[in-house]
Structures are given as C-alpha cells and as structure tokens.
Design a protein around this ligand. Structure first.
Ligand code: ADP
Length: 498
C-alpha cells in the first residue's frame, strides 16, 4: 500500500514537473538491465527467443517519463540487447534479424504512444492546476468580501454560501447548502420565491437582475433585517445559476433614521427661531408707530374736548392713520424678509426635491403606514426655486396632511405636479383626512391660527410667505373624496431666457 502511494506520488510529481530526458533514460536503463537479466534466464531456460517482452517496460517507462527522445534511445538499447542475446544463444539466423526489426518498430510505436500519453497527462495536470488556482482565487474573494454571497441553482437550491452570509443570516454552510433560498426570506417573499425563479428562467424578463433591490432578510433566530440584493445570472452547459450579493442595511438605516431625526429637530428649532425673530422684530418695529398712534389719539381727544379747529383735529387723526399704515407695512416687510432669508433661486429637479422632502416629512409617521403616491408631470421636471425653502413648504403641507389623516384606517397622500398655462408649475398635496374646520378655513394662512392642542399655527403663514416670495400663490380646495387639497404654484424655467 505504502509502495503504491510512493509510486503514485512519484508519478504525480513527474507529471506536474516533467522529468528531464537524462533522468528518465537513467531510470529506464536500470529497468532495462533488470528486464535483460530476467529475459536472458527465461530464454536460456526455455530455449526460445522471447526475452524482448521483458524489455518493453523500460521503453514504456522512458517514453512515459521523458517523452519521445528517451523512448527512442531506450528502443535502440533494447533492440541491441535483444539482438545480442539472440546471437549469443543461437548464432546468426535471418528470422531472428526480422524479429529484431519488428521489435524495433514496436518500440518506436510504443515510444510515440507513451509520448502522446505523457503529453495528454501533462496538459490535464496543467488544466487541473489552473482550475485549482482559480478556485483558490474565487474562494479568497468570496471569503473576504464583506457582503454575503449566495449562489443558487435553477431551482433556487443553495449551492454556495459565503462566510459573510453565514455571519449575516446566522446559518452554518452545512445547514443551508441543498436547501431552498426561500429559507432566507420572510413571508410573503418566502412563498412567492420558488415561482419567481421559475418565471425568471421561463421569461427572462427581470426587474431583479443587475439592479440592486431593497428587500428583507430572515435571520436564523426569526428576526428580519433590511438588505440590498444584487443578483447576477450565469449559464453553464444549459444550466442556470443565480449569484446574489447581499448587503445588510441595518446600520445604514439606523444612521439614516438618526439623520432624519436630527433634521427634524433642526426644522423644529428653525421654526421656533423664526417665530422668535418675528416676535422680537415685530415688538421692536411696531412699538414706535403704536406709541405715536396713542399720542396722536390722546392729542386728538384733548383737541376735541377743547373744541379746537376741526382742520387741526383732522390733521392729527390723519397722522395717526399714517402711523397705522406704517405699522402694517413694517409687518409685511418683515414677513417677506423672514420668508426670503438667504433665498437662492435656481433650477432644481422636482423629483429629487419632492423625494427628499417626503422622506423627511414622513419619518415620524413610518409606523402609521401612510400610502404615499407621487405623480410628477414629465412635462415640467425643473422648477426655479430655493430648494430648501420649497422643501420646507412641502414638509409643512405633508405633515399637516398626515396629522389630518390620523383617524383614517388607510391614510392616503398624493403629491402631484402639473404645468399651468402661464408657464408656472402647479404643485398639489392631497389628503383623505378630516378636511378644514370652518373657523380655521376662514383664517387659513394667518399666523397663530391652529386647531391643535400643541400647534403653533405659524406653519401655513410661513408657507404662504415662502410661496409668495417665489412669485407663486397658495390656496386650498376640498378633496371630493374627503380631505383637503393644498395647491401652490412655483416658477418653471422661463422659455424666453436663452
Ligand atoms: P399648526 O400645524 O401648528 O396648527 P399650521 O399653520 O401648519 O399650524 O396649520 C394651521 C391649521 O390649519 C391646523 O391647526 C389645522 O387645523 C389646519 N390644517 C392645515 N392643514 C390641514 C389639512 N391638510 N387638513 C385639515 N386641516 C389642516
């Protein structure tokens, strides 16, 4: 057994690192000498000339180990040994010469055969080594990528499960290989998946292949976690396999949620600070005209009591009136200053703007499963706006809408854009909530009007200031299906501008 393994090792080493011609000739000559000795004894004993059979292994060995040249060299040596033996036993005989020539031919043929066999073995060994090298490369890549890699066959049976996947899903490789991939998916995907793979192969129309998709993964402990899956397909010998790269999004989602929370807080603080600014600036700016009005009225009262000239009384009252108008003007200026702030109008992609605003606005309401639909007109993809301010408008409207749908079983929200005839863009936020109460509706957009216990009633007033500062209008309409539609306009790109 040990000897057999030794010979096998020797052969494998010989194939992987082919023997040099000299080495194989030397080894074969030793075998030839042995064969010649045995053959000589055999011929002497039997009186026949068949000793050349014992010389053939040496030729096969030489050709197999060293190739054609050692094979031919050994054939020549073997023929010489055979002829010498024949001559020593029987002297010169013509039939023996023919036998020697036939033996030489056989030797050459065996050398060629051995050579071809050796070449085939060397090629096979090279291909084998290459396969092993590639397998090692692939294994190293699969083992080190931080994402999971799962490969399934055409029936969705797992054939490869990377260490990353083992860590992510909590299963060991032996537990999943041979099982259906649906074991890594929560319901309802689990039930749909076998059909999906079949459909995939039948129709080849796929929304999954190549494009990353957000899905849920099922951990061994039964918990689900958010994953991003990119699937590739490979076909080999008519068999389809699918490779999935799976990224765990838990950490990313936590970070995003935190970011939204911060934005939320920031938004709240900025609302408060806008309110604070407005209040203190108002107090400061209006104090002056108010005291002037008070003085004028006091003076007018005195003049009236004294029965003074009505023209003088008229003048004093007119001054009081002017001060009141100045106070109103101050308030208007302040509002437009607050709403405009550092406004920067530039062309903005509405889809992106709406997407970000809805994400921020809906953060807190995720658990309530608001059914949000957006229908953005492809005719007007770009608006000339201050992105942050118009997002603030949308956030205000969306949050109010979500709050108004609090009682609804299925809260629905629709955000639309459409071009208007005057070149503006009409944006609408529709909800299926409670609708506006009559007392709020009559003073909507006025500051400090609220129907909420904890509301400040400044959101819609700021919203209107921003929309008007953008050259647009804002109004409401009742939703025929129940609820409210808030509509506002913003400027589209001016076609007259080059
Ligand atoms: P706040 O939200 O702090 O009350 P707003 O100015 O944003 O301040 O809103 C003023 C009021 O308008 C709200 O209290 C609410 O009564 C009413 N309102 C706003 N949007 C809606 C809506 N989509 N549906 C019903 N009522 C609304």
């Amino acid at each position: 057994m040990k000897l057999l393994r030794g010979v096998q090792n020797l052969a494998e080493r010989g194939i992987a690192n082919p023997w040099k011609a000299g080495e194989s000739i030397l080894l074969s000559v030793l075998v030839l000498a042995l064969g010649a000795g045995i053959g000589l004894i055999f011929d002497l004993e039997s009186g026949r000339h068949e000793s050349n059979v014992f010389l053939l292994p040496a030729i096969v060995l030489a050709a197999g180990l060293g190739g054609l040249v050692p094979g031919v060299v050994l054939t020549t040596l073997a023929v010489m040994v055979d002829a010498t033996t024949d001559y020593a036993i029987s002297g010169y005989e013509a039939r023996l010469i023919w036998k020697n020539i036939a033996f030489a031919g056989t030797g050459i043929l065996m050398s060629v055969g051995g050579h071809l066999f050796r070449q085939a073995l060397i090629n096979a060994a090279k291909v084998n080594l290459e396969i092993q090298r590639r397998e090692a490369d692939l294994r190293a890549i699969v083992d080190t990528v931080p994402d999971s890699l799962v490969m399934v066959d055409h029936e969705g049976i797992i054939v490869r499960f990377s260490p990353g996947a083992q860590q992510q899903f909590g299963w060991d490789v032996e537990e999943v290989v041979g099982q259906n991939i649906s074991m890594l998916m929560p319901s309802p995907y689990r039930e749909q998946h076998p059909d999906f793979v079949k459909r995939q192969i039948d129709t080849r129309a796929s929304s999954v292949l190549g494009r990353p998709r957000l899905l849920s993964g099922l951990h061994k402990d039964g918990s689900t976690f958010p994953i991003e899956v990119s699937v590739g397909e490979l076909e080999f010998a008519g068999e389809h396999h699918f490779v999935g790269f799976i990224r765990d999004l838990t950490e990313r989602q936590k970070a995003e949620a935190r970011m939204h929370e911060l934005q939320n807080e920031l938004f709240h603080v900025s609302r408060l600070s806008a309110l604070g600014q407005l209040a203190s600036a108002l107090a400061h700016e209006i104090n002056q005209p108010l005291s002037a009005i008070a003085n004028y009225i006091a003076g007018a009262k005195k003049l009236a009591a004294k029965g003074s000239d009505p023209a003088l009384l008229d003048e004093v009252l007119e001054n009081a009136g002017k001060e009141a108008i100045r106070a109103g003007e101050t308030i208007r200026k302040l509002r437009s200053f607050l709403s405009r702030g550092e406004s920067e109008m530039r062309p903005e992609n509405l889809a992106e703007l709406v997407d970000e605003a809805t994400t921020i606005a809906l953060v807190g309401s995720r658990t309530r499963k608001v059914r949000l639909k957006t229908k953005l007109s492809p005719v007007c993809p770009i608006a000339i706006v201050d992105k942050v301010q118009i997002q603030q408008v949308l956030i205000n409207l969306i949050r109010n809408a979500v709050e108004a749908t609090g009682e609804r079983q299925t809260p629905r929200l629709l955000i639309e854009t459409a071009p208007t005839q005057s070149g503006m863009i009409l944006c609408s936020v529709t909800d299926n909530g409670t609708g506006l109460t009559p007392d709020v509706a009559s003073q909507l957009f006025q500051p400090f009007v609220t129907s909420k216990k904890t509301g400040m009633g400044v959101g819609l007033s700021i919203t209107r200031s921003i929309v008007e500062a953008h050259g647009g209008h804002i109004w409401t309409e009742p939703n025929p299906d129940g609820g409210t539609i808030f509509r506002f306009t913003v400027r589209g790109p001016d076609p007259a501008t080059p």
